[in-house]
Design a protein around this ligand. Structure first.
Ligand code: ARG
Length: 715
């Protein structure tokens, strides 16, 4: 699952589950598996030693796992020459970036047939974890009991800066220090960051995104959600930005690929970088998520995204132009709907409330506990009750409005357009640069769609009580006699940003007055101010609760001192282990643990936006031409396991008992979309693309079988 790159703020005042965790629950820290998890892992069938998995002095499994960027996805090294496997949806924005209508890699796929054809990707980096360390003492040492939160933050930041400096080896390493258990503990992560990452192969969307939004978050699945990159280094093996002289990374470790197939109950573990979970959420926050946060997000998407979806069906250019941000919003949109449904169906608030009662009575048993933790639950409850649903709506509407229109966001993305008071003329160079950037940002933008999106946003804001609206309606009333359609039309047709000709004209004769009176600029500024206002209000509530949340977790840790509690995900390396496993989504229904080629043709809708099957794939399937990747005329496509993953884990390796790759994780399942808040043993599954299907696509479909020569394949 890809980590949502939204301005996530959702009021999260975390606490922890304290039922005994089933072995498959939990995103565990690699440095602790030897102590906490190893015996469970062995019982499930693991054959490796702890040192073969995590060792800071010798190469180990962890050396094959990488974090993409700051954690939007995970990747794994699968060859001696630095080939990296991840999901198609993780490489998506880069694939889009390289695509044009004439050369549409999103539609047709891309395969480098030799290294010189691999495509560099500006801005893409990967982190290898060198080691991690508990630095709680060093970070919290200077904080005395009773210190104010503001002072505490300052002291912590100073300690963190010091540690970062001391451990970066003059910039050789990227040092990240993060709070765990809501700031009760701190851990340091030392990474080595590589910066020349090239696209090697991506299947067409008819494979990599087969099933589109309809199948997204759903099992059974038939998606080949993978793509390949290669990590490059300077000739001496050190990290370097792109250069034709760079050479493929010689990794410390890479994962062998097992093609022998999987069966129910097989050991399966996932290593990767889960982004955020809220497993310590209280019943009060679950209530707010169901009633306030998710509906606000969903309502905004409900009116805006269908406009974009319909436009994307009209032409390849529009499809390409909107593909990336549509995919990411549509992904979150569906996720929030599934989350709400699961939270209700699985009665999560009720379950949390029972646990809170247990904690409350534990606290009441002892006067020291009462002194330390007596108020935590009531403080959280009060804060949750005080959350203003209109403020939350306003915040989400504003965020979504700004980023769903490619035009409305231009004042933010194109720097230097606004003239200062005295500026009357721009240099030719500045004009050219701004025009080039404008063209790039507006590529594939459809004015009619933009107009509809803008109109949808103004209509949405109009539904809010006046004090929560962006301050634009007085202007619309005055200038447009309240006609929202006319306002939206002017934003696209008359504003300086709406059309290229208008933009060019403005750059030729820049004027601050014209800029400030521009309808788009006015609307943008009004929305932006709205975000800041509501964000400040939300942060105030959050800050006032920080201490309560920290103490809540401290209480939980103290109460369950005899068993380890795994910390919430926070974009640091984690391990989850369990089995390949089927499930029963609802009473009386059974879901098999794997899917096959047959389902691809069953789902096929020729020419469809989401279910079109590439001709070559259909041919291979019809002829049962599966090569060594099929067995008894059956080609496995996807499978599921009970591994505990979340956004950020997308692209993570699914590894068998011998440390070999059996699949690549890419999604969570509908029935358990409450999984960020609670783990449901019976329902939660991790959706993976089978390693055999991946190699089949590379070799038989794409004809890029030469890539297999650098891998270690266990047949
Ligand atoms: N649900 C997946 C995740 O969050 C993304 C799947 C991408 N595919 C799609 N059809 N949108 O990581």
């Amino acid at each position: 699952m890809k980590k949502f790159l939204l301005f996530v703020f959702l009021a999260v005042f975390c606490t922890k589950m304290f039922a005994i965790n089933p072995p498959d629950e939990g995103m565990w820290l690699p440095m602790f598996i030897k102590d906490y998890n190893y015996s469970d892992m062995k019982k499930l069938g693991l054959k490796l030693t702890p040192e073969q998995m995590y060792d800071i002095n010798h190469s180990s499994l962890k050396d094959a796992i990488v974090q993409l960027g700051n954690g939007f996805c995970t990747g794994e090294v699968i060859s001696k020459d630095g080939l990296m496997l991840t999901n198609h949806h993780c490489g998506y924005s880069f694939i889009v970036e390289h695509s044009t209508v004439e050369n549409d890699y999103l539609k047709n796929g891309f395969w480098a047939m030799k290294k010189s054809e691999e495509l560099p990707n500006e801005g893409l980096t990967v982190n290898f974890l060198v080691r991690m360390e508990d630095v709680t003492k060093a970070v919290l040492d200077s904080v005395l009991p009773g210190t104010s939160e503001v002072k505490r933050d300052k002291q912590i930041n100073a300690a963190i800066s010091k540690l970062k400096k001391a451990n970066s080896d003059n910039g050789k390493y990227t040092v990240v220090i993060k709070p765990f258990y809501e700031g009760n503990e701190y851990y340091m992560f030392i990474y080595i960051t590589y910066k020349d990452i090239r696209l090697v192969g991506a299947p067409p969307s008819g494979i990599g995104k087969f099933g589109g939004e309809t199948d997204n978050w759903i099992w059974p699945r038939h998606t080949g959600d993978f793509c390949l990159f290669r990590i490059y280094t300077a000739p001496d093996g050190s990290p370097a930005t792109y250069s034709p002289d760079n050479i493929p990374l010689q990794p410390k470790h890479y994962l062998p690929i097992n093609l022998q197939g999987i069966k129910k109950g097989d050991y399966a573990m996932v290593w990767g970088y889960p982004g955020t979970t809220d497993r310590f959420m209280t019943s009060y926050e679950v209530d707010n998520t169901i009633k306030i946060d998710n509906p606000a997000f969903i309502e905004a998407c409900d009116v805006i995204l269908p406009v974009i979806r319909e436009a994307m069906k009209k032409s390849d250019a529009i499809k390409l132009g909107y593909a990336d941000h549509f995919a990411s919003f549509a992904n979150s949109w569906k996720n929030k709907q599934g989350e709400t449904a699961s939270l209700k169906r699985l009665k999560v608030a009720e379950k949390k409330a029972i646990q809170e009662k247990i904690l409350a009575s534990w606290i009441q048993q002892d006067s020291t506990r009462i002194a330390k933790y007596g108020n935590v639950l009531s403080e959280i409850e009060t804060a949750c009750k005080n959350v203003n649903s209109n403020a939350v709506k306003s915040f989400w509407y504003a965020n979504i409005a700004l980023v769903t229109s490619k035009t409305l966001i231009l004042p933010f993305k194109l720097k230097g357009v606004k003239p200062n008071k005295k500026e009357k003329k721009y240099s030719e160079e500045k004009i050219n640069t701004l025009l080039t950037n404008y063209d790039k940002l507006m590529e594939g933008t459809d004015p009619a769609t933009e107009e509809k999106v803008i109109l949808a946003t103004v209509e949405l804001f109009k539904k809010l009580p006046t004090e929560y609206q962006p301050e634009i309606f007085a202007y619309i009333n005055k200038e447009y006699k309240g006609d929202l359609k006319l306002f939206a039309s002017d934003i696209i047709n008359k504003s300086l940003y709406g059309r290229r000709a208008n933009f060019e004209k403005f750059l030729e004769k820049p004027s601050l007055k014209v800029y400030e009176n521009d309808p788009l600029v006015r609307y943008f500024v009004a929305i932006f101010q709205c975000i800041i206002k509501e964000e400040n209000a939300i942060n105030e509530t959050k800050n006032s609760l920080e201490l309560a949340r920290r103490n809540y977790i401290a209480a939980l840790k103290e109460m369950s001192a005899d068993k380890p509690l795994y910390p919430d995900a926070n974009s640091t390396m984690r391990v989850t282990y369990g089995q390949v496993l089927d499930y029963y989504p609802v009473d009386g229904m059974h879901y098999e643990y794997f899917t096959t080629h047959e389902g691809i043709l069953e789902k096929e809708i020729p020419g469809d936006f989401e279910f079109d099957v590439p001709v070559k794939l259909k041919e291979l399937i019809t002829n049962k031409d599966f090569g060594r990747y099929g067995k008894d005329d059956v080609l496995s496509v996807c499978f599921i396991s009970n591994n505990d993953i979340t956004g950020g884990n997308s692209g993570s390796p699914v590894i068998n008992a011998n440390g070999e790759l059996i699949g690549c994780a890419f999604d969570g399942n509908w029935e358990a979309l409450s999984s960020n808040i609670i783990f449901n043993e019976k329902l939660q599954r991790c959706i993976c693309v089978d390693a055999r299907y991946i190699l089949f696509i590379i070799d038989k479909f794409a004809g890029a079988g030469y890539l297999l020569d650098e891998m270690t394949i266990i047949q």
